[in-house]
Design a protein around this ligand. Structure first.
Ligand code: HEM
Ligand SMILES: [Cu+2]
Length: 543
């Protein structure tokens, strides 16, 4: 067997990795660090889910419980969900998909990873030093005046990581504008690129607002300058406005890239051209723009004016339209497709169903009268986990399986992959569906105790979380196993279209031996002919 020159064997020392400028290696660095954070955040969730098996507070004190869910939220949002698809898959794929040698600013790319790690170290220090108890939202006046946990350090961690996000977004925007290979016109770009582009716009435009907000909170807490505290001349609602002006767009940073992954997987495993390419591409931009206009739906009961509430309610309904456009188009792509239920496809199908539930309950919440009823209950938790875990984590796992052969040159065990996708789907629903009921019945979020009549739903949820935990650990094992024992992959194991599949697996240092040239639109799949996936299926199911 000839071992070809690939990005993986261009220097194997630790040093060669830590100073690498290769976007593919930086993607791997992100993957390793994100996986670590994911399991730290997950461990916190395991602990508080255990506490919730019984109505009384028997395992954790109220204070410890607060610190655990805060840590869970902070780590999962900023150190996993926001960077997951853009920084791992995006870093790896953007240059490959547009036929470029690297990102526009390789050094900036490496710097972004170091900033991410620096922010992460602050956060880990907070974990060791005793935690933070403000929740991931850092609401004032609690964070600025009353909390006696490590608020400033935790906020500093998030602040620093924010710069990693801004610089990555900038890098992607410039790369997509200036480094497309000959023939790669805008409307020939893979939809993953469109969604990464839209995400990058939000990263660049919204993240600075978060940085300013956290800095102002720190100024009030440390120096007593009145920004948010009306007692010293501040505005009590300002923090929530600023926070959600970033954080609602940020929820789209967490879902748009996942949508991009799904738009790649669905046509490949349905063997069909994607339905309504332009609509999906433009829907990404529409989501990015409209996402900036709806933050007030997080503040319906905050005391903002009733008219503001009505207006934000209406605008929130609008932002659901482009999301629905995508769901319809994916479904239309599946229609009469030659569908192969391979691992990435199972995750993609799971994504469509779960994201739809998350999105529809989002519309319920955007309905002012309903939100007043369920605000700050488990209904909210269920809503955003359906989108962020049911959606984004599913998309990340689907994408990881889809591009794993490209990234590593190895095939994983297809049947373990399929079983695992089912475990994740079952575990996820069992964990979070009961929380819709809990919330609707009035169980508030963020308490370590609850009335006894809710126990059955909490027990179901904890049981589901254990299954989900298995579903997250198993890929760690079989993917690692595949690195050594997996079958070697050829350059295009799924017979997919797209430039990344035209180069070797794993790709060489500067991606392509000969500079690529594009002559046709994306997704030229066909349901007929020898190119069908059944051959691949047969190949993959060989032991
Ligand atoms: C499809 C359109 C969506 C609508 C109309 C919508 C609406 C809402 C509303 C009204 C709330 C506030 C509930 C409350 O606190 O009382 C909310 C909460 C939330 N939504 Fe959505 N949502 C949508 C999509 C998404 C997406 C795509 C994500 C994430 C990727 C997301 C993540 C969240 C989060 C994290 C919260 C909880 C914030 C908190 O209170 O801590 N939502 N959503
Ligand atoms: Cu929102």
């Amino acid at each position: 067997m000839t071992t070809n020159q690939s990005y993986l064997n261009q220097g194997t020392t630790l040093r060669s990795w830590l100073i690498t400028l290769d976007h593919k290696r930086i993607a791997i660095l992100y993957m390793l660090s994100l996986t670590f954070f994911f399991f730290v955040g997950g461990a916190a969730a395991v602990l508080f889910r255990l506490e919730l098996i019984t109505p009384q507070g028997d395992l954790l004190s109220a204070d410890t419980y607060n610190r655990l869910f805060s840590l869970h939220g902070i780590i999962m949002v900023w150190f996993f969900l926001i960077p997951a698809v853009p920084n791992v898959l995006g870093n790896f794929l953007v240059p490959l998909m547009i036929g470029a040698r690297d990102l526009a600013f390789p050094r900036l790319n490496l710097l972004s990873w170091y900033l991410f790690i620096a922010g992460g170290l602050f956060t880990l220090y907070v974990v060791i030093a005793g935690g933070v108890d403000t929740g991931w939202t850092f609401y004032t006046p609690y964070s600025s005046t009353y909390a006696n946990s490590h608020v400033i350090l935790a906020a500093t961690g998030v602040f620093i990581t924010g710069f990693s996000s801004i610089l990555t977004g900038l890098n992607f925007i410039v790369t997509i504008h200036t480094m497309r290979c000959p023939g790669m016109k805008w409307f020939r770009l893979p939809l993953f690129i469109w969604s990464t582009y839209a995400t990058s716009l939000i990263m660049v435009l919204a993240t600075p607002v978060l940085a300013v907000t956290l800095a102002l909170m720190a100024v009030e807490r440390l120096l007593g300058v009145g920004v948010f505290d009306p007692g010293i001349g501040g505005d009590p609602l300002l923090f929530q406005h600023l926070f959600w002006f970033y954080s609602h767009p940020a929820v789209y940073i967490m879902i748009l890239p996942g949508m991009g992954v799904i738009s790649e997987i669905i046509p490949c495993f349905a063997r069909k051209r994607i339905f309504g390419y332009e609509f999906i591409a433009m829907a990404s931009l529409a989501i990015a723009i409209l996402g900036f206009l709806v933050w007030g739906h997080h503040m319906f009961v905050s005391g903002q004016s009733l008219y503001a509430g009505l207006f934000f309610s209406l605008l929130s309904m609008l932002v659901a339209v482009p999301s629905a456009v995508k769901v319809f188009n994916w479904t239309a792509t599946l229609y009469k497709g030659r569908i192969s239920l391979s691992t990435p496809m199972l995750y993609a199908l799971g994504f469509i169903g779960l994201f739809t539930i998350g999105g529809l309950t989002g519309i319920c919440l955007a309905t002012l009268a309903f939100d007043v009823h369920v605000h700050d209950t488990y209904f909210i938790i269920a809503h955003f986990h359906y989108i962020m875990v049911g959606g984004m984590v599913m998309a990340y796992l689907g994408g990881l399986h889809f591009w794993w052969p490209k990234m590593t040159g190895r095939l994983y065990s297809e049947w373990l992959g399929r079983i695992n996708a089912l475990i994740v789907f079952a575990g996820f629903n069992m964990t979070f569906f009961p929380q819709f009921i809990l919330g609707y019945l009035g169980n508030p979020r963020r308490y370590h105790t609850y009335p006894g009549e809710f126990q059955v739903f909490h027990v179901m949820s904890t049981l589901g979380a254990s299954i989900l935990g298995i579903g997250y650990l198993l890929p760690l094992l079989y993917l690692l196993w595949s690195l050594k024992y997996g079958q070697r992959s050829d350059s295009n194991p799924w017979q997919a279209t797209g430039l990344e599949w035209t180069t070797t697996s794993p790709p060489p240092e500067h991606n392509f031996k000969d500079p690529p040239r594009v002559t046709e639109p994306a997704y030229q799949y066909s349901t007929t002919g020898a190119e069908s996936l059944e051959n691949t299926d047969r190949k993959l199911s060989q032991p």
